[in-house]
Design a binder for this molecule. Structure first.
Ligand code: EPU
Length: 418
Protein backbone atom coordinates (compact mmCIF):
# COMPACT_ATOMS: atom_id res chain seq x y z
CA UNK A 1 0.00 0.00 0.00
CA UNK A 2 1.36 3.44 -0.93
CA UNK A 3 2.19 5.87 1.85
CA UNK A 4 3.84 9.24 2.21
CA UNK A 5 7.00 9.15 4.26
CA UNK A 6 8.00 12.51 5.72
CA UNK A 7 11.05 13.64 7.64
CA UNK A 8 10.35 16.89 9.46
CA UNK A 9 12.57 19.86 10.07
CA UNK A 10 13.48 21.17 6.63
CA UNK A 11 12.96 24.80 5.65
CA UNK A 12 10.92 25.43 2.50
CA UNK A 13 12.60 27.74 -0.01
CA UNK A 14 12.12 28.87 -3.60
CA UNK A 15 8.88 29.03 -5.60
CA UNK A 16 5.76 26.91 -5.79
CA UNK A 17 2.67 27.47 -7.95
CA UNK A 18 -0.94 26.95 -7.00
CA UNK A 19 -2.69 24.51 -9.33
CA UNK A 20 -6.20 24.68 -10.77
CA UNK A 21 -9.07 24.62 -8.29
CA UNK A 22 -10.80 21.29 -7.64
CA UNK A 23 -14.06 22.85 -6.50
CA UNK A 24 -14.19 25.29 -9.43
CA UNK A 25 -13.38 22.57 -11.99
CA UNK A 26 -15.90 19.96 -10.80
CA UNK A 27 -19.13 21.94 -11.37
CA UNK A 28 -17.92 23.15 -14.78
CA UNK A 29 -17.12 19.56 -15.80
CA UNK A 30 -20.61 18.56 -14.64
CA UNK A 31 -22.13 21.41 -16.63
CA UNK A 32 -21.04 19.65 -19.86
CA UNK A 33 -24.38 17.80 -19.54
CA UNK A 34 -26.11 21.09 -20.45
CA UNK A 35 -24.24 21.37 -23.77
CA UNK A 36 -24.89 20.11 -27.29
CA UNK A 37 -21.15 19.77 -27.98
CA UNK A 38 -18.07 18.90 -25.99
CA UNK A 39 -16.66 21.70 -23.85
CA UNK A 40 -13.02 22.70 -23.40
CA UNK A 41 -11.41 23.29 -20.03
CA UNK A 42 -7.89 24.59 -19.52
CA UNK A 43 -5.68 24.21 -16.43
CA UNK A 44 -7.67 21.22 -15.18
CA UNK A 45 -5.93 19.77 -12.10
CA UNK A 46 -4.78 16.17 -12.52
CA UNK A 47 -6.41 14.85 -9.33
CA UNK A 48 -8.52 11.82 -8.45
CA UNK A 49 -11.86 13.67 -8.01
CA UNK A 50 -11.49 15.21 -11.48
CA UNK A 51 -10.74 11.76 -12.96
CA UNK A 52 -13.81 10.30 -11.18
CA UNK A 53 -16.00 13.12 -12.55
CA UNK A 54 -14.72 12.46 -16.08
CA UNK A 55 -15.46 8.71 -15.71
CA UNK A 56 -18.91 9.48 -14.33
CA UNK A 57 -19.74 11.79 -17.24
CA UNK A 58 -18.35 9.32 -19.80
CA UNK A 59 -20.75 6.67 -18.50
CA UNK A 60 -23.79 8.93 -18.37
CA UNK A 61 -26.26 8.29 -21.20
CA UNK A 62 -29.83 9.29 -22.07
CA UNK A 63 -31.12 6.90 -19.37
CA UNK A 64 -29.85 9.42 -16.84
CA UNK A 65 -28.16 6.71 -14.77
CA UNK A 66 -25.30 7.94 -12.58
CA UNK A 67 -22.75 5.14 -12.02
CA UNK A 68 -23.19 3.79 -8.50
CA UNK A 69 -19.61 2.74 -7.71
CA UNK A 70 -18.03 5.94 -8.98
CA UNK A 71 -20.59 8.23 -7.35
CA UNK A 72 -19.98 6.58 -3.99
CA UNK A 73 -16.38 7.80 -4.13
CA UNK A 74 -17.01 11.55 -4.05
CA UNK A 75 -19.56 14.09 -2.93
CA UNK A 76 -19.38 16.11 -6.15
CA UNK A 77 -21.08 13.21 -7.99
CA UNK A 78 -24.30 15.02 -7.05
CA UNK A 79 -23.32 17.91 -9.36
CA UNK A 80 -24.40 16.45 -12.75
CA UNK A 81 -27.66 15.04 -11.31
CA UNK A 82 -29.76 18.19 -11.74
CA UNK A 83 -28.43 18.82 -15.23
CA UNK A 84 -29.13 15.19 -16.21
CA UNK A 85 -32.67 15.42 -14.79
CA UNK A 86 -33.33 18.60 -16.78
CA UNK A 87 -31.85 17.15 -19.98
CA UNK A 88 -33.19 13.58 -19.95
CA UNK A 89 -36.36 14.03 -17.87
CA UNK A 90 -35.12 11.34 -15.46
CA UNK A 91 -32.13 10.50 -13.34
CA UNK A 92 -31.14 7.63 -11.03
CA UNK A 93 -28.27 8.02 -8.62
CA UNK A 94 -26.86 6.89 -5.26
CA UNK A 95 -26.42 9.02 -2.18
CA UNK A 96 -23.08 10.68 -2.95
CA UNK A 97 -19.96 9.48 -1.14
CA UNK A 98 -16.92 11.56 -0.29
CA UNK A 99 -15.15 12.81 2.80
CA UNK A 100 -16.48 11.49 6.10
CA UNK A 101 -16.78 14.89 7.73
CA UNK A 102 -20.40 14.85 8.83
CA UNK A 103 -23.82 13.66 7.81
CA UNK A 104 -23.88 15.47 4.43
CA UNK A 105 -27.56 15.16 3.49
CA UNK A 106 -28.94 16.19 0.07
CA UNK A 107 -32.33 17.49 1.19
CA UNK A 108 -31.86 21.00 -0.22
CA UNK A 109 -31.22 19.52 -3.67
CA UNK A 110 -34.23 17.19 -3.46
CA UNK A 111 -36.52 20.00 -2.20
CA UNK A 112 -35.44 22.17 -5.14
CA UNK A 113 -36.03 19.51 -7.78
CA UNK A 114 -39.43 18.58 -6.27
CA UNK A 115 -40.57 22.20 -6.22
CA UNK A 116 -39.51 22.47 -9.87
CA UNK A 117 -41.94 19.65 -10.67
CA UNK A 118 -39.92 16.42 -10.31
CA UNK A 119 -41.15 13.23 -8.66
CA UNK A 120 -38.76 11.43 -6.31
CA UNK A 121 -38.70 7.70 -5.55
CA UNK A 122 -36.39 6.24 -2.93
CA UNK A 123 -34.92 2.75 -3.13
CA UNK A 124 -32.59 1.37 -0.53
CA UNK A 125 -30.00 -0.43 -2.63
CA UNK A 126 -27.74 -0.41 -5.70
CA UNK A 127 -27.81 0.55 -8.51
CA UNK A 128 -29.65 3.69 -7.32
CA UNK A 129 -30.79 5.17 -4.01
CA UNK A 130 -32.89 7.85 -5.70
CA UNK A 131 -34.93 7.80 -8.90
CA UNK A 132 -36.22 11.16 -9.99
CA UNK A 133 -38.43 11.84 -12.97
CA UNK A 134 -39.87 14.97 -14.50
CA UNK A 135 -42.36 13.72 -17.10
CA UNK A 136 -43.88 17.17 -17.60
CA UNK A 137 -40.48 18.88 -17.63
CA UNK A 138 -39.10 21.20 -14.96
CA UNK A 139 -40.46 24.65 -14.21
CA UNK A 140 -38.81 27.84 -13.04
CA UNK A 141 -39.58 28.58 -9.39
CA UNK A 142 -38.77 31.00 -6.57
CA UNK A 143 -36.76 28.81 -4.19
CA UNK A 144 -35.06 29.66 -0.90
CA UNK A 145 -32.29 27.39 0.40
CA UNK A 146 -33.16 26.56 4.01
CA UNK A 147 -29.41 25.93 4.46
CA UNK A 148 -26.91 27.66 2.18
CA UNK A 149 -25.14 24.94 0.18
CA UNK A 150 -22.26 25.28 -2.28
CA UNK A 151 -22.95 22.26 -4.50
CA UNK A 152 -26.69 22.78 -3.87
CA UNK A 153 -26.49 26.26 -5.40
CA UNK A 154 -24.40 24.96 -8.32
CA UNK A 155 -26.69 21.98 -9.02
CA UNK A 156 -29.87 24.07 -8.98
CA UNK A 157 -28.35 26.74 -11.23
CA UNK A 158 -27.59 23.99 -13.76
CA UNK A 159 -31.08 22.50 -13.44
CA UNK A 160 -32.69 25.91 -13.89
CA UNK A 161 -30.73 26.61 -17.10
CA UNK A 162 -32.80 23.95 -18.92
CA UNK A 163 -36.10 24.49 -17.05
CA UNK A 164 -39.15 26.33 -18.46
CA UNK A 165 -39.38 29.92 -17.22
CA UNK A 166 -37.46 31.96 -14.67
CA UNK A 167 -35.92 30.54 -11.50
CA UNK A 168 -34.93 32.68 -8.53
CA UNK A 169 -32.60 31.06 -5.99
CA UNK A 170 -32.50 32.83 -2.62
CA UNK A 171 -30.08 32.35 0.29
CA UNK A 172 -27.54 31.17 -2.28
CA UNK A 173 -23.89 30.92 -1.19
CA UNK A 174 -21.28 33.52 -2.13
CA UNK A 175 -18.34 31.16 -2.74
CA UNK A 176 -16.26 32.30 -5.77
CA UNK A 177 -16.90 28.92 -7.47
CA UNK A 178 -20.55 29.96 -8.04
CA UNK A 179 -19.52 32.99 -10.07
CA UNK A 180 -16.93 30.99 -12.03
CA UNK A 181 -19.64 28.52 -13.05
CA UNK A 182 -22.20 31.21 -13.89
CA UNK A 183 -19.68 33.27 -15.90
CA UNK A 184 -18.71 30.20 -17.91
CA UNK A 185 -22.34 29.27 -18.64
CA UNK A 186 -23.21 32.89 -19.50
CA UNK A 187 -20.25 33.08 -21.89
CA UNK A 188 -21.85 30.11 -23.66
CA UNK A 189 -25.37 31.51 -23.93
CA UNK A 190 -26.99 31.00 -20.51
CA UNK A 191 -28.73 33.87 -18.72
CA UNK A 192 -27.77 33.84 -15.06
CA UNK A 193 -27.79 37.07 -13.07
CA UNK A 194 -26.65 37.71 -9.51
CA UNK A 195 -24.08 34.92 -9.04
CA UNK A 196 -21.84 35.99 -6.16
CA UNK A 197 -24.85 37.45 -4.31
CA UNK A 198 -27.48 35.66 -2.24
CA UNK A 199 -30.16 36.01 -4.95
CA UNK A 200 -29.54 34.39 -8.33
CA UNK A 201 -31.94 34.68 -11.27
CA UNK A 202 -31.81 32.17 -14.12
CA UNK A 203 -33.77 32.39 -17.37
CA UNK A 204 -34.65 28.81 -18.33
CA UNK A 205 -34.15 27.57 -21.89
CA UNK A 206 -37.06 25.07 -21.95
CA UNK A 207 -34.76 22.16 -22.67
CA UNK A 208 -32.71 23.89 -25.36
CA UNK A 209 -29.10 22.83 -24.85
CA UNK A 210 -26.23 25.34 -24.74
CA UNK A 211 -23.92 25.74 -27.74
CA UNK A 212 -20.28 25.65 -26.78
CA UNK A 213 -18.20 28.68 -27.77
CA UNK A 214 -15.96 29.80 -24.90
CA UNK A 215 -13.53 27.67 -22.90
CA UNK A 216 -13.20 27.64 -19.13
CA UNK A 217 -9.82 28.37 -17.60
CA UNK A 218 -9.73 26.82 -14.13
CA UNK A 219 -8.67 29.46 -11.58
CA UNK A 220 -6.07 28.74 -8.88
CA UNK A 221 -7.24 26.59 -5.96
CA UNK A 222 -7.86 28.89 -2.99
CA UNK A 223 -7.71 26.01 -0.50
CA UNK A 224 -4.38 24.75 -1.82
CA UNK A 225 -3.21 28.40 -1.68
CA UNK A 226 -4.22 28.74 1.98
CA UNK A 227 -2.65 25.39 2.89
CA UNK A 228 0.65 26.28 1.23
CA UNK A 229 0.57 29.66 3.00
CA UNK A 230 0.33 27.81 6.33
CA UNK A 231 3.39 25.81 5.30
CA UNK A 232 5.07 29.10 4.42
CA UNK A 233 4.16 30.51 7.82
CA UNK A 234 5.71 27.53 9.61
CA UNK A 235 8.67 26.65 7.41
CA UNK A 236 9.03 29.28 4.68
CA UNK A 237 12.46 30.79 4.16
CA UNK A 238 12.22 33.17 1.22
CA UNK A 239 9.34 31.07 -0.08
CA UNK A 240 7.20 32.51 -2.90
CA UNK A 241 3.78 30.99 -3.54
CA UNK A 242 2.60 31.97 -7.03
CA UNK A 243 -0.97 32.25 -8.41
CA UNK A 244 -2.15 33.37 -4.99
CA UNK A 245 -5.51 35.19 -5.23
CA UNK A 246 -5.51 37.20 -2.00
CA UNK A 247 -9.06 38.53 -2.53
CA UNK A 248 -10.46 35.00 -2.16
CA UNK A 249 -8.62 34.47 1.14
CA UNK A 250 -9.11 37.77 2.95
CA UNK A 251 -10.51 36.32 6.21
CA UNK A 252 -7.76 33.72 6.25
CA UNK A 253 -5.09 36.41 5.76
CA UNK A 254 -6.45 38.48 8.66
CA UNK A 255 -6.16 35.41 10.89
CA UNK A 256 -2.62 34.74 9.67
CA UNK A 257 -1.77 38.34 10.52
CA UNK A 258 -3.37 38.01 13.99
CA UNK A 259 -1.27 34.94 14.69
CA UNK A 260 1.79 37.06 13.97
CA UNK A 261 2.90 35.50 10.71
CA UNK A 262 5.01 37.78 8.51
CA UNK A 263 4.16 37.75 4.82
CA UNK A 264 4.29 40.01 1.80
CA UNK A 265 1.64 40.11 -0.95
CA UNK A 266 3.12 40.99 -4.34
CA UNK A 267 1.96 40.45 -7.94
CA UNK A 268 -0.34 37.49 -7.34
CA UNK A 269 2.20 35.92 -4.99
CA UNK A 270 2.52 35.58 -1.25
CA UNK A 271 6.07 35.60 0.06
CA UNK A 272 7.36 34.31 3.38
CA UNK A 273 10.63 36.08 4.08
CA UNK A 274 13.65 34.44 5.70
CA UNK A 275 13.28 36.39 8.92
CA UNK A 276 9.75 35.07 9.43
CA UNK A 277 11.12 31.55 9.39
CA UNK A 278 10.41 30.24 12.83
CA UNK A 279 9.64 26.57 13.18
CA UNK A 280 13.25 25.44 13.38
CA UNK A 281 14.89 28.78 14.01
CA UNK A 282 16.32 27.84 17.38
CA UNK A 283 15.23 27.08 20.90
CA UNK A 284 11.64 28.24 21.63
CA UNK A 285 11.48 30.09 18.34
CA UNK A 286 7.73 29.51 18.02
CA UNK A 287 7.06 31.44 21.20
CA UNK A 288 8.60 34.59 19.83
CA UNK A 289 6.64 34.65 16.63
CA UNK A 290 3.20 33.10 16.85
CA UNK A 291 0.22 34.09 19.00
CA UNK A 292 -2.94 32.09 19.77
CA UNK A 293 -6.06 33.19 17.91
CA UNK A 294 -9.65 31.98 17.76
CA UNK A 295 -11.03 30.76 14.45
CA UNK A 296 -14.63 30.14 13.39
CA UNK A 297 -15.40 28.51 10.06
CA UNK A 298 -18.16 30.07 7.96
CA UNK A 299 -19.47 30.23 4.43
CA UNK A 300 -17.61 32.61 2.10
CA UNK A 301 -16.36 35.26 2.75
CA UNK A 302 -15.82 33.71 6.21
CA UNK A 303 -12.94 31.46 7.16
CA UNK A 304 -13.20 28.33 4.94
CA UNK A 305 -13.94 25.03 6.67
CA UNK A 306 -11.53 23.42 4.17
CA UNK A 307 -8.66 25.35 5.83
CA UNK A 308 -9.64 24.55 9.41
CA UNK A 309 -7.45 21.44 9.85
CA UNK A 310 -4.29 22.98 8.31
CA UNK A 311 -4.84 26.15 10.37
CA UNK A 312 -5.12 24.10 13.56
CA UNK A 313 -1.62 22.75 12.87
CA UNK A 314 -0.39 26.35 12.80
CA UNK A 315 -2.19 27.04 16.10
CA UNK A 316 -0.36 24.15 17.80
CA UNK A 317 2.76 26.31 17.38
CA UNK A 318 1.20 29.50 18.76
CA UNK A 319 1.59 30.74 22.31
CA UNK A 320 -1.64 30.52 24.35
CA UNK A 321 -5.12 29.03 23.95
CA UNK A 322 -6.95 29.10 20.63
CA UNK A 323 -10.59 28.13 20.18
CA UNK A 324 -11.33 26.36 16.90
CA UNK A 325 -15.06 26.53 16.14
CA UNK A 326 -16.10 24.39 13.17
CA UNK A 327 -19.63 25.49 12.30
CA UNK A 328 -20.09 23.90 8.85
CA UNK A 329 -19.50 20.15 9.37
CA UNK A 330 -19.93 18.16 12.58
CA UNK A 331 -17.25 15.56 11.75
CA UNK A 332 -14.43 17.85 10.82
CA UNK A 333 -12.48 17.76 14.08
CA UNK A 334 -12.05 13.98 14.08
CA UNK A 335 -8.37 14.22 13.09
CA UNK A 336 -7.50 15.84 16.44
CA UNK A 337 -7.13 12.55 18.28
CA UNK A 338 -4.30 11.56 15.93
CA UNK A 339 -2.72 14.99 16.15
CA UNK A 340 -2.62 14.72 19.94
CA UNK A 341 -0.74 11.45 19.54
CA UNK A 342 1.94 13.52 17.78
CA UNK A 343 2.26 15.72 20.87
CA UNK A 344 -0.27 18.53 20.40
CA UNK A 345 -2.45 19.47 23.38
CA UNK A 346 -5.96 19.93 22.03
CA UNK A 347 -9.15 19.39 23.99
CA UNK A 348 -12.17 18.42 21.96
CA UNK A 349 -15.08 20.14 23.75
CA UNK A 350 -17.83 18.82 21.46
CA UNK A 351 -18.04 17.84 17.76
CA UNK A 352 -17.84 21.52 16.77
CA UNK A 353 -15.30 23.04 19.19
CA UNK A 354 -11.72 22.37 20.20
CA UNK A 355 -9.24 24.29 22.36
CA UNK A 356 -5.63 24.25 21.22
CA UNK A 357 -2.97 24.85 23.90
CA UNK A 358 0.33 25.93 22.42
CA UNK A 359 3.07 25.87 21.63
CA UNK A 360 3.77 22.15 21.53
CA UNK A 361 6.53 20.15 19.91
CA UNK A 362 5.22 17.52 17.53
CA UNK A 363 6.92 14.20 16.90
CA UNK A 364 6.47 11.95 13.89
CA UNK A 365 4.29 8.84 13.89
CA UNK A 366 2.22 6.59 11.63
CA UNK A 367 -1.08 8.15 10.51
CA UNK A 368 -3.90 7.43 8.08
CA UNK A 369 -5.41 10.24 6.04
CA UNK A 370 -9.08 10.59 7.10
CA UNK A 371 -10.09 13.00 4.31
CA UNK A 372 -8.61 15.41 1.76
CA UNK A 373 -8.06 18.41 3.99
CA UNK A 374 -7.11 16.65 7.25
CA UNK A 375 -4.73 14.55 5.11
CA UNK A 376 -2.93 17.69 3.97
CA UNK A 377 -2.93 18.93 7.57
CA UNK A 378 -1.11 15.71 8.54
CA UNK A 379 1.49 16.40 5.85
CA UNK A 380 2.04 19.87 7.38
CA UNK A 381 2.25 18.32 10.87
CA UNK A 382 4.80 15.77 9.60
CA UNK A 383 6.91 18.51 8.02
CA UNK A 384 7.20 20.43 11.30
CA UNK A 385 7.53 17.35 13.53
CA UNK A 386 10.76 15.84 14.72
CA UNK A 387 11.49 12.37 13.33
CA UNK A 388 9.56 10.44 10.73
CA UNK A 389 5.85 10.51 9.90
CA UNK A 390 4.11 8.06 7.58
CA UNK A 391 0.67 8.79 6.14
CA UNK A 392 -1.45 6.01 4.67
CA UNK A 393 -4.72 6.13 2.68
CA UNK A 394 -3.14 8.74 0.41
CA UNK A 395 -5.92 8.33 -2.17
CA UNK A 396 -7.79 10.78 0.07
CA UNK A 397 -5.02 13.36 -0.39
CA UNK A 398 -4.64 12.70 -4.11
CA UNK A 399 -8.35 13.40 -4.55
CA UNK A 400 -7.57 17.06 -4.05
CA UNK A 401 -3.86 17.77 -4.51
CA UNK A 402 -1.88 17.03 -7.66
CA UNK A 403 1.59 15.48 -7.26
CA UNK A 404 1.85 16.90 -3.79
CA UNK A 405 5.03 15.04 -2.77
CA UNK A 406 6.89 16.02 -5.94
CA UNK A 407 5.84 19.65 -5.65
CA UNK A 408 6.76 19.95 -1.98
CA UNK A 409 10.11 18.27 -2.65
CA UNK A 410 10.84 20.99 -5.20
CA UNK A 411 10.85 23.56 -2.37
CA UNK A 412 12.94 21.47 -0.02
CA UNK A 413 10.52 19.19 1.84
CA UNK A 414 11.65 15.68 2.69
CA UNK A 415 8.59 13.73 1.55
CA UNK A 416 8.39 10.68 -0.66
CA UNK A 417 5.98 7.93 -1.63
CA UNK A 418 6.81 4.41 -0.57
N1 EPU B 1 -26.35 20.60 3.98
C1 EPU B 1 -27.59 20.14 4.33
N2 EPU B 1 -28.41 19.69 3.32
C2 EPU B 1 -28.02 19.66 2.02
C3 EPU B 1 -26.75 20.15 1.68
C4 EPU B 1 -25.93 20.62 2.68
O1 EPU B 1 -27.95 20.11 5.50
O2 EPU B 1 -28.83 19.22 1.19
C5 EPU B 1 -25.45 21.10 5.03
C6 EPU B 1 -24.16 20.29 5.15
O3 EPU B 1 -24.33 19.13 5.91
C7 EPU B 1 -23.22 21.30 5.75
C8 EPU B 1 -23.69 22.62 5.15
O4 EPU B 1 -25.00 22.39 4.66
O5 EPU B 1 -23.41 21.33 7.14
C9 EPU B 1 -22.85 23.16 4.02
O6 EPU B 1 -22.56 22.15 3.09
P1 EPU B 1 -22.42 22.41 1.53
O7 EPU B 1 -23.57 21.76 0.85
O8 EPU B 1 -22.18 23.84 1.27
O9 EPU B 1 -21.10 21.59 1.20
P2 EPU B 1 -20.85 20.83 -0.16
O10 EPU B 1 -21.45 21.59 -1.27
O11 EPU B 1 -21.16 19.39 -0.01
C10 EPU B 1 -18.63 22.09 -0.78
C11 EPU B 1 -17.22 21.69 -1.08
C12 EPU B 1 -16.58 21.21 0.21
C13 EPU B 1 -16.61 22.36 1.23
C14 EPU B 1 -18.05 22.82 1.44
C15 EPU B 1 -18.17 24.04 2.33
C16 EPU B 1 -17.29 20.95 -3.37
C17 EPU B 1 -17.24 19.82 -4.34
N3 EPU B 1 -17.24 20.62 -2.07
O12 EPU B 1 -19.27 20.93 -0.25
O13 EPU B 1 -15.24 20.87 -0.09
O14 EPU B 1 -16.07 21.93 2.45
O15 EPU B 1 -18.63 23.15 0.17
O16 EPU B 1 -17.43 25.08 1.82
O17 EPU B 1 -17.35 22.11 -3.78
C18 EPU B 1 -13.28 19.61 -0.02
O18 EPU B 1 -12.95 20.15 -1.07
O19 EPU B 1 -12.48 18.90 0.66
C19 EPU B 1 -14.64 19.78 0.48
C20 EPU B 1 -15.17 18.99 1.41
Amino acid sequence: MTKFLIKGGRALEGEIEINGSKNAALPVLASSVLFKEKIEIENLPNIEDVKRMQELLDKLDADGRIDYEIAKKFRASILPVGAALARFGKVAFPHPGGCVIGERPIDVFLDGWKIMGAKTKLSKSAPADYEITAPEGLFGVDYTFKIPSVTGTEALIMTAVLAKGTTILRNAVLEPEIKYLADFLNANGAQIAGAGTTTIKIEGRSGKLLNYSTRFIVPPDRIEAGSFAILGALLGKNLRIKNFVAGELSTFLVLLFNVGVEYVLENNSIIFPAKGWSAFGGKDAYKKTLRASNVTTKEFPGFPTDLQAPFTILLTQAEGQSLVHETVFEGRLNYIQDLNKMGSRITLCDPHRAIVYGPTKLSGRALESPDIRAGLAFIIAGLIASGETSIGNIYQIERGYENIDYRLRSIGADIKQI
